[in-house]
Write a protein that binds this ligand. Structure first.
Ligand code: ZN
Length: 244
């Protein structure tokens, strides 16, 4: 079975559509949250996801903030501005859908969360130390996280069972998880932050137990125009060009 894994769409419909088209064929989709926030197309993105036949979606910090499950005062000024804008835009049925998404899901030997297994909505797994501390917070072999918008793999491996990091994984090339445990980040669909502006996604093929990272270009200028037309902060438009 081929699973498409996406995260941090951030209301960027153009990037989401580019990913769904490029990723074909797939049998199911795991979405790691932050469907909304920053971008201009929150309802459209939710509606595209809701139309997918085999989707599991969890809640991110931006999703939780618009639901007032966490305080928006904890967000930086520009992130907060888009959350305030979102309040007036999001349709009730789409809010309800966001509310129905859990913080954590488990599929066989894979756990999915937005932030970290220790703190599913808030914590960033950005460095080796944080990854190491989180390895005991999930019972499956693999935990997939989003939130940082940066693709990467941390593994517990070797005789010493050390946690190691592998940042360089070629686009489209298959890789296997050799370690006893791993934390994998698919990167971000709608707002990549690894200085690569192309939308990032991950494919898991459980037949061969293989993983594949992919990047796909999309028309970010069209998204920038919609961000500006909506009166959202300029920074959200600017960063799409260079992926930061
Ligand atoms: Zn995010």
């Amino acid at each position: 079975m081929r699973t498409l894994i996406i995260s941090d769409i951030h209301a960027n419909l153009t990037a989401l559509k580019a990913v769904l088209e490029a990723a074909e064929p797939f049998d199911r989709v795991w979405c790691l949250g932050d469907v909304v926030g920053y971008g201009p197309d929150p309802n459209e993105c939710i509606e595209v996801l809701r139309d997918l036949t085999n989707l599991a979606c969890i809640k991110g910090n931006h999703d939780a903030a618009i639901l007032r499950e966490i305080d928006i005062i904890t967000f930086n000024f520009e992130a907060r501005a888009s959350l305030v804008w979102l309040d007036g835009v999001l349709k009730p049925e789409n809010l309800k859908w966001l509310r129905s998404n859990p913080e954590r899901l488990v599929f066989d030997d894979v756990t999915i969360v937005h932030g970290s297994p220790r703190n599913p909505v808030w914590e960033y797994v950005m460095d080796l130390g944080t990854a190491r501390e989180n390895m005991s917070d999930f019972d499956t072999r693999i935990c997939i996280v989003g939130h940082t918008h940066i693709p990467g793999v941390y593994q517990v491996e070797g005789e010493t069972q050390e946690t190691t990091k592998n940042r360089r994984i070629a686009n489209g090339k298959a890789f296997k998880i050799s370690g006893t445990k791993a934390i994998i980040n698919p990167g971000s669909v709608g707002q990549p932050r690894d200085h690569n502006p192309r939308a990032s996604y991950l494919i898991y093929d459980d037949d061969g137990d293989e993983w594949h990272y992919h990047r796909v270009a999309y028309d970010f200028e069209a998204v920038q125009e919609r961000i500006r037309a909506a009166g959202l902060p300029e920074r959200h438009a600017n960063r799409l060009k260079d992926g930061w």
